[in-house]
Ligand binder design. Structure first.
Ligand code: NAD
Length: 468
């Protein structure tokens, strides 16, 4: 039976054409439109908080307070920061003109790129779809949003709500999985902002290359954490446990594994046990504050990483409920299953190393992480981490919450991604800073470098161009 629905690639084609026509009409450029969209997005996050939080609970077992903290309130803070500073970001910047071109004036004028494609993952499915959108709207772009099909309740909720609050011709939401994303990726965009795993990032970048479209890739990987006994172990353990077990460990910047000397590891383990009890009680499964694994496939993947012989904390699970207890593995080694890929779940291996030199060496021979955490009060060691390691971010004595500082660009390096966003960095991603230059026709100083060439040109080259 013939269907009336056009094939998926034609749907993508028509949708992108509509969004592009809106951008081309100039509707998204005025400051008033941008502000109205950002305010409407904020209104949606307030008025529809219950529906959004319910979807997050259904997909990830995320309680309302944690959803507020890490998703809706986070986004509202980004919007407030953007609204506060947008006029300043939009102001053309004067740039200095060398003597050789004087008299002349130059400035950098930010202009929107056009139509942005935002592809989001499932672990913070609201934040990671809408935080890039804030930058795209602030910069005056139209956008196509592709939420993750792996968090279906959030995807359906956002697809229903966004058109009701935002300019629904300039911002489109496409639900679906690989087929829909593949169809979208055949289209020409002006920027693609992808958050997710590095295998799909390669697919995205390959598709983008066909149109020479710039990309931002927010990826993951194993974020290490070093701890030594120069710090208050009880306070440190509380911060580590919170950062690791938030969202049941499904956080791109969660500490993936700990490096510590055997003596420090022995001190840390009881403190982690106490911290987990303080945060989630004696039975985290019964505590609504503790989240669930996104789906059965990921439960299976994670259970294969738990070696019962080394589960010094946790290890319990209930696959039917997609529950895995906060788990600490010790002693772990580089060859363990948990040390091969990003864990992305509530499992924390502690890898004993001889000293800080060995820890730095361990980190340096592995792909550059999205975040590197060092709990140490030793100032010279801190400096060594700054100088001798490379990561998306380096954070001392805390973890994960660094990404809530809007003026700290957030992104990876090498395998953990390219490009960084939040605050002004988001605005910059979706803007082209166009150099605009003008030079009066009189005095006609440029003639000094035109043919016929002679001694004057040589003098101008030496005196004005080279020596400035
Ligand atoms: P995912 O499976 O939801 O995939 C992400 C997006 O890619 C989805 O929208 C999906 O539809 C699309 N997709 C999947 N396969 C595709 C294909 N073959 N072709 C085109 N599109 C496709 O999410 P995920 O990748 O499992 O997310 C987890 C990863 O994301 C982890 O590695 C994590 O560290 C990383 N992450 C990074 C950040 C960051 O900000 N750097 C944040 C969150 C997650």
């Amino acid at each position: 039976m013939a269907s009336d629905t056009p094939p998926i690639h034609l749907q993508a084609d028509a949708l992108v054409a509509t969004v592009r026509a809106v951008f081309d009409s100039g509707r998204t450029r005025p400051l008033a439109w941008r502000i109205a969209q950002l305010r409407a997005l904020d209104r949606m996050l307030v008025d529809e908080a219950d529906a959004i939080h319910a979807a997050l609970l259904a997909d990830l077992g995320k309680c309302a307070i944690e959803s507020r903290l890490t998703e809706t309130a986070f986004l509202r803070a980004e919007i407030a920061h953007t609204l506060k500073h947008l006029r300043r970001w939009l102001r053309p910047q004067r740039i200095a003109i060398p003597l050789s071109l004087q008299p002349a004036r130059g400035r950098l004028v930010p202009e929107p790129l056009g139509v942005a494609l935002v592809i989001a993952p499932w672990n913070y499915p609201v934040q990671l779809l809408l935080a890039p959108l804030i930058g795209a709207l602030a910069a005056g772009n139209a956008a196509v949003l592709k939420p993750s099909e792996v968090s279906p309740n959030v995807a359906a909720t956002l697809a229903r709500l966004i058109p009701r609050y935002l300019d629904n011709e300039a911002v489109a939401v496409v639900e679906g999985g690989v087929a829909e994303t593949t169809a979208l990726l055949r289209e020409q965009f002006d920027h693609i902002f992808y958050t997710g795993n590095s295998a799909v990032a390669r697919v995205v970048m390959t598709a983008a290359a066909q149109h020479l479209t710039p990309v931002t890739l927010e990826l993951g990987g194993k974020s290490p954490l070093w701890i030594d006994d120069s710090v208050d172990m009880e306070a440190a353990a509380r911060r580590i446990a919170w950062a690791k077990f938030l969202n049941a460990g499904q956080t791109c910047v969660a500490p993936d594994y700990v490096l510590a000397t055997p003596a420090v590891a022995e001190k840390l383990i009881p403190q982690l046990r106490a911290a987990i009890r303080e945060l989630y009680g004696n039975d985290p499964q019964a505590n609504p504050v503790y989240g669930r694994i996104i789906n059965d496939r990921h439960v299976e993947r994670l259970l294969a990483q738990i070696d019962p012989a080394r589960s010094v904390i946790g290890g319990e699970h209930d696959a039917g409920e997609r529950y895995i207890a906060p788990t600490v593995l010790h002693p772990a080694t580089a060859g363990d299953a948990s040390m091969q890929d990003e864990i992305f779940g509530p499992i924390l291996p502690i890898v004993p190393v001889a000293d800080a030199n060995a820890a730095i060496a361990f980190i340096r021979v592995r792909p550059k992480p999205l975040a590197l955490y060092a709990f140490t009060s030793d100032r010279s060691l801190r400096q060594r981490f700054v100088d001798e390691t490379s990561s998306g971010a380096l954070v001392f004595d805390f973890a994960v919450a660094h990404l809530t500082a809007p003026e700290m660009p957030f992104g990876g390096i090498g395998n953990s991604g390219m490009g960084a966003y939040h605050g002004e960095a988001s605005f910059r991603i979706f803007s082209h800073f166009k150099p605009v230059m003008s030079k009066p026709l009189k005095p006609d100083t440029l003639r000094l470098i035109f043919p016929p060439y002679g001694k004057t040109v040589e003098r101008v080259i030496d005196w004005l161009l080279v020596r400035g």
